[in-house]
Design a protein around this ligand. Structure first.
Ligand code: FES
Length: 238
């Protein structure tokens, strides 16, 4: 089948205005949007810029706006889209070229929440063991692949890029609720700041956008509740 693909083009180094280019590509219904982008880049316009690595929904490098929704180009099939297929860069970060955005701010926010195990316990001979019940508390947020689809679909982030954003909160959640970690208070204090978790207005775009099916809004709510328990301990139930 012939498929029309409209791609938003921009080159920050050229200083020209953004434009839309339309391409016609030969595709199978079960081809992915990523295959269409490759068909354009390899056979029609070698200057088209986009990121990809694994091609299988693991690395998170090809998140983009496809028919108006943040998705991974390697996970969306042509047959599941209404033509023409429109492809744009994620919103909220500066565009470098075409579908490539500058993720520096995203990774700065990621680092700010200390997304690693904090503990004074010396390493055991083997692994740091954990009860499966305790692991269930943060199982969902371990699935994050740092694609940025949640953060760049969030109106609170669009309005204020200082907001740490859903992805960083998901990363913090993964450690805040890990019984082996001792950095809970430090992370909650970071997320209690003006640029932190209370900028979330519970809009649910993040949950809708997550290609891994993480309930991002639920994770954010649990972090809000943990901060409130920390700040107002006398309100604790039981
Ligand atoms: S290319 Fe790795 S997630 Fe799509």
């Amino acid at each position: 089948m012939r498929v029309a693909v409209r791609v938003k083009r921009f080159d920050a180094s050229a200083g020209t205005a953004p434009r839309w280019d339309q391409f016609e590509v030969e595709a199978e219904p079960t081809d992915r949007v990523l295959d269409c982008l490759h068909a354009i880049q390899w056979y029609q316009d070698g200057t088209l810029g986009f990121r990809r690595s694994c091609g299988h929904g693991i690395c998170g490098s090809d998140a983009m706006l496809i028919n108006g929704r943040n998705r991974l180009a390697c996970k969306v099939l042509v047959k599941d889209l209404t033509p023409p297929i429109t492809v744009e860069p994620m919103r909220g970060y500066p565009v470098i070229k075409d579908l490539i955005v500058d993720m520096q701010g995203f990774f700065d926010q990621h680092r700010a929440v200390k997304p690693y195990l904090l503990t004074d316990e010396p390493p055991p001979l083997r692994e740091r063991r954990q009860d499966p019940k305790e692991q269930e508390r943060f199982e969902d947020t371990t699935k994050c692949i740092l694609c940025g689809a949640c953060t760049t679909s969030c109106p609170s982030f669009w309005a204020n890029s200082e907001y740490v954003g859903p992805a960083a909160i998901v990363q913090a959640h993964r450690f805040i609720f890990d019984s082996r970690d001792q950095g809970q208070t430090a992370r909650l204090n970071i997320l209690a700041k003006e640029s932190g978790v209370f900028r979330c207005r519970t809009i649910f775009n993040c949950t809708e956008a997550c290609p891994r099916g993480i309930n991002v809004t639920k994770a954010i709510t649990q972090v809000k509740q943990a901060i409130l328990k920390l700040q107002f301990p006398w309100k604790r139930r039981g």
